[in-house]
Design a protein around this ligand. Structure first.
Ligand code: GRF
Length: 207
């Protein structure tokens, strides 16, 4: 089984989209755990509603970023994820985690990266009268929203657009694109495993 762990900090609508897609078998995998750094996040309730183990690791209880990451790493190692999805996780990860899970951590960010890394992306799009806005799914490295791009979803900004409407439209794209990409990772991994099994079968008669 392809094991997914989701890291969250807030509302968790992307987590919900992933949960729903796993239940509906649109993702060939399961969410084996959720890690949340904010004890008040609604995302925790979403995990609980579906009996998904959720670890609350409050970053405010740690003296340094490294100590927090070490604690998160301990949990991740226990959960043994094939893929770690940052879905509204508002912390920059250090190499303590990134080196251990190279090419296995992805993030969803609400802008057409490299445009607008960081916060307030929707506001920036409106202030700058941008014609287009969108979302990016990318691999995570130790810089803010800077890893290799995996996929982007784009929309045309309407003349009369306000932030609430824009966020709603962006979320719609996110809830569609993120499960799609997570499933790509899952199916690629399954194909890889099948290929390995086939090779072993091919080799074993010779042994
Ligand atoms: C999303 O817009 C995501 O792109 C960004 O944070 C937001 C999280 O929303 N990284 P939610 O918590 O999934 O509703």
């Amino acid at each position: 089984m392809f094991k997914i762990v989701v890291l969250v900090s807030g509302n968790g609508s992307n987590l919900q989209a992933l949960i729903n897609n796993c239940i509906e078998n649109h993702i060939a995998g399961n969410i084996v755990g959720v890690i949340c750094n904010d004890p008040n996040a609604f995302a925790i309730k979403r995990a609980e509603n579906h009996s998904i183990p959720c670890e609350i690791i409050d970053h405010k209880e740690f003296l340094s970023r490294e100590e927090f990451d070490q604690r998160v790493l301990d949990s991740l190692i226990k959960m043994q994820p094939d893929l770690i999805v940052l879905a509204g996780f508002m912390r920059i990860l250090t190499n303590i985690i990134i080196d251990r899970f190279e090419n296995k951590i992805i993030n969803i960010h609400p802008s057409l990266l490299p445009k607008y890394p960081g916060l307030d992306t929707h506001q920036k799009v409106i202030e700058n009268n941008d014609k287009f806005h969108g979302v990016t799914i990318h691999f995570v490295n130790n810089e803010l929203d800077a890893g290799k791009v995996i996929a982007q979803g784009k929309l045309k900004v309407e003349k009369s657009e306000n932030i609430a409407k824009l966020i709603e439209r962006i979320h719609k794209i996110e809830h569609d694109l993120l499960p799609y990409i997570v499933n790509k990772f899952a199916t690629l991994e399954i194909e890889k495993q099948n290929e390995i099994r086939k090779n072993v079968q091919r080799i074993s008669p010779l042994l």
